[in-house]
Design a protein around this ligand. Sequence first.
Ligand code: HSE
Length: 309
Amino acid sequence: MKSVKAFAPASYSNLSVGFDILGMALTSLGDIVELTQREDSSIVITQINGADNLSLDTDKNCCGIVIQKMQETLDSSVGCNIIIHKGFKPGSGLGSSSASSVGAAVAYNELLGNPLEKEDLIDFALEGELVACGAKHADNVAPSLFGGLVMVRSYDPLDILALPVPEGLYAVTVFPDVVVKTEASRKLLPEKIGMSDLTKQVANMAAFVKALYEEDYDLFSNCLNDHVAEPYRKSLIPHFDTMKSIALDNGALNFGISGSGPTVFSLVKDETEAEDIRTRIEQLLRENDIACNSFIEKLSYSEGAYIMT
Ligand code: HSE
């Protein structure tokens, strides 16, 4: 029976200035979703590698939901067994459920002979996000599917715009090993934000776009401040303020929360400075008995989800 495998990348979302509207795909980290066609029309999750707290129940797992929705909409009788290879931990703030949802959508489309365009897959992947996070935010799904750095200009109708990736910067990613559920992290946010915070955030977002187009890293650094989510969410991340001071005092252009956390990230011009920041933050967490994973990657355009041959 036919088998297909899709890779879908992890992503930073929000990027401090664009709560629920900005996201950037990473290049190497991601999930692989493997489908093998069945003789009947059932959708069965047979294995999940790399995570032990995800449901094998098709009605509760984001990959199962995405494929069921596609099957219904396309009136398809093609069933499949699903193996999910998690490349990074769920609940990290790096778009874990989005990577799986996008991988499932891309793989099932391939299994059916690609009846849908990539653009058509986003609605299905968002159904997976809804089940996993309680909200259909597209700021991880869109970069994971399309690659690069994207802005969700509108949700109704969905309008995704590509922005330039700040290529050549070094991205330091640190994942303190504490559990932060996106749904819970969203509940911490206020229903309304004040006019003064709104003004600052809009100004910073506009400056961010200018900085990207002009590769103006001073402006980039000045505008990457979060007045919407970070003040409420940083309490979920141990030693957030100290980690931020370490990063900013040692050459980072920014320090922020990736998505709903607990992963934090800094963008740095110089590789040695990036290594130094990573080492110092790891040391701080270790000294405080907090396990962590970290990595550095050189930013470059990532093509988004693809079929593996
Ligand atoms: N924009 C979403 C949030 C991303 O911050 O809740 C979730 O990872």
